[in-house]
Design a protein around this ligand. Structure first.
Ligand SMILES: Cc1cc2nc3c(=O)[nH]c(=O)nc-3n(C[C@H](O)[C@H](O)[C@H](O)COP(=O)(O)OP(=O)(O)OC[C@H]3O[C@@H](n4cnc5c(N)ncnc54)[C@H](O)[C@@H]3O)c2cc1C
Length: 412
C-alpha cells in the first residue's frame, strides 16, 4: 500500500471490479479498495438482468438463472409474457461479484477488502489519491495517477471533489430473499399500484434452488413511504402470489439505495473518473444497474490505463470516458429517465391503462422497452399496435422520445 499506484479504484462492486480487470489487463499497477469484509456482502440489490448481457460479458451460466415467464400486475390487470428461450435472468449476486473479483485479480489487480477510503487527496485541483483506514485500523495514504470512484450510491470521492452533490432523488428498496418451496422457479413478477408499491414497484425474482427475492422499491423524495412495510402484505394479500409463497420464509433481508436522477453532467476531472452508480450510470427506468455498472467500469478502467500509458491523466484526456459512455448509453439513459419521471406519479387507473397498452405489444417489444433499448422501430411498433395513442397525450410523449432518438440515432 505504501507504493504509488497507476490506477486506484474505490469500491469493489460490479463497476469497481470490472474497472480493475480492464485497467490491470493493460499492464498498469491497479489497486481496488473495498470497505466491506467480503466482496458481494451485504447484498443491496436484486439481480434482475438479461441473458444476452451475461453472455456478452462472459459470465458463466451457473451464475444466472433464466426466466421464461414474466407477469406484470396492476390493481385490475395482469399481462403474461412468455419467452423461450429465456431473455431475462436473475443473477447470483454474490457469485457474480466474486467471479468479477477473481477476474480482476487474475488480470493483475490487487484487491484489499476491509479497507475503507476516507479522505480525497487534492493537489492543485487534481485528485491524486485517497487516505484509507485499513483492516488493522491504521490510516494510510494511497497515491495514484488516476482514481476511479466506483463507490456506488455514496459517490464517496466525487462528492468530496466537486463532482456533484450527494444524490437527492433515489429508489429505496427492501427485499426478502426467501426459501419458497411452492414458488414456480420460471416465473418473474413485476407489480405496480398504490396498495403494494406506491411511487415505485414490487418484484418477485426466482433465482434457483427454491430461492426467491421478493422486494419493493419506492422513490424518495417523490413519496416518504417505507418500502419495508409492504413486503409481508404482498406475500399475504396479492392473489397471484399468496399460494406461491405458502410455507415460504426469508433467509436473508436486504435494503439498498439506487440513484434516480439520470447520469451526472461530467464523469471526469483531472486524475478522477466516476463509474457505475457513482456516475448515475444505471437505468432509472426500472432501477437496473448491474450490467451498466460492469460496462461503465470496463470503459473507465480502459480509459484510465490508456491515460497512464500516454502520460496524460488530465481532464481533457480522461473525458474520453464521458464521450464513450454517452455514445453507447447516453441517449437510452436519457429516455429512461424521461419515462421514469412520467410514470413515477401514475395513479392506479393510469397503471391499469398502461397494462392495457402493454397487452397489445409483443413479448419481444416489451423486452426491448424494459431493457431500455430505444429505437425508432420500437416506438413506431408501439404506435402501430396502439392506434388509440395517436389521439391521446401518449402520442405527444412518444414524439418527444422519437425526437431524442433522431437527434442521436447511432449507438456504438
Ligand atoms: C433495492 C435495489 C434493487 C436493485 N435491483 C437491481 C436489479 O434487479 N438488477 C440490476 O441490474 N440492478 C439492480 N439494482 C441496482 C444495482 O444494485 C446497482 O446499480 C449496482 O450495484 C451498481 O454497482 P456499483 O459497482 O456502481 O455500486 P455498488 O454495487 O454499490 O458497489 C459499490 C462498492 O463500493 C464500496 N464502497 C463504498 N464506499 C466505500 C469507501 N469509502 N471505501 C471503500 N469501499 C467503498 C461499497 O461497499 C460497495 O461494495 C438495485 C438496487 C437496489 C438498491
Amino acid at each position: 500500500m505504501s507504493k504509488d499506484w497507476n490506477v486506484l479504484i474505490v469500491g469493489g462492486g460490479p463497476a469497481g471490479l470490472a474497472a480493475g480487470e480492464a485497467a490491470a489487463k493493460q499492464g498498469v499497477r491497479t489497486l481496488i479498495l473495498e470497505r466491506q469484509h467480503e466482496i458481494g456482502y451485504p447484498i443491496h440489490t436484486s439481480g434482475g438482468s438479461w441473458t444476452r448481457d451475461m453472455q456478452a460479458l462472459n459470465i458463466p451460466e451457473q451464475l444466472y438463472h433464466p426466466i421464461n415467464k414474466v407477469f406484470f400486475v396492476s390493481p385490475h390487470r395482469e399481462v403474461p409474457l412468455h419467452y423461450n428461450p429465456a431473455v431475462a435472468c436473475v443473477i447470483d449476486v454474490r457469485g457474480l461479484y466474486q467471479h468479477l473479483a477473481a477476474r480482476a485479480i487474475a488480470a493483475g489487480a490487487i484487491l484489499h477488502v476491509n479497507h475503507s477510503v476516507e479522505q480525497t487527496l487534492l493537489e492543485n485541483g487534481r485528485v491524486c489519491g485517497v487516505t484509507v483506514k485499513n483492516h488493522l485500523s491504521e490510516r494510510i495514504t494511497a497515491r495514484a495517477e488516476v482514481t476511479i470512484d466506483a463507490s456506488g450510491f455514496s459517490r464517496h470521492v466525487g462528492v468530496r471533489s466537486e463532482m456533484g452533490k450527494a444524490f437527492h432523488r433515489y429508489g429505496y428498496g427492501a427485499e426478502y430473499d426467501l426459501y419458497a418451496p411452492n414458488y414456480p422457479q420460471d416465473e418473474l413478477y413485476l407489480i405496480v399500484g398504490d396498495h403494494f408499491a406506491p411511487r415505485g414497484y414490487a418484484w418477485a425474482f426466482p433465482r434457483g434452488n427454491g430461492r426467491v427475492r421478493l422486494g419493493v422499491g419506492v422513490l424518495h423524495p417523490d413519496c416518504d413511504e417505507d418500502a419495508r412495510v409492504y413486503l409481508d402484505r404482498i406475500m399475504r394479500d396479492l392473489p397471484q402470489l399468496s399460494a406461491k409463497f405458502r410455507d415460504a420464509s426469508p433467509i436473508e433481508y436486504h435494503t439498498g439505495l439506487f440513484p434516480s436522477e439520470g447520469a451526472l453532467e461530467r464523469f471526469s476531472r483531472d486524475g478522477l473518473l466516476l463509474a457505475g452508480d457513482a456516475g448515475g450510470h444505471g437505468s432509472t427506468l426500472v432501477g437496473e444497474g448491474i450490467r451498466f455498472a460492469i460496462y461503465s467500469g470496463q470503459m473507465a478502467g480502459s480509459v484510465a490505463a490508456e491515460a497512464v500509458k500516454a502520460g496524460d491523466t488530465s481532464a481533457a484526456f480522461l473525458e474520453r470516458f464521458d464521450k464513450k459512455w454517452r455514445a453507447r448509453f447516453g441517449r437510452d439513459m436519457e429516455i429512461s429517465y424521461m419515462i421514469n419521471k412520467r410514470i413515477a406519479s401514475y395513479s392506479d387507473e393510469q397503471w391499469d391503462s398502461t397494462l392495457d397498452l402493454m397487452k397489445r405489444l409483443t413479448p419481444a417489444q416489451m423486452a426491448q422497452a424494459l431493457r431500455g433499448d430505444f429505437s425508432a422501430g420500437l416506438v413506431m411498433g408501439i404506435l402501430a399496435r396502439n392506434p388509440g395513442l395517436i389521439a391521446s397525450g401518449g402520442k405527444k410523449f412518444l414524439d418527444l422520445i422519437l425526437e431524442r432518438i433522431s437527434e442521436a440515432p447511432a449507438r456504438n
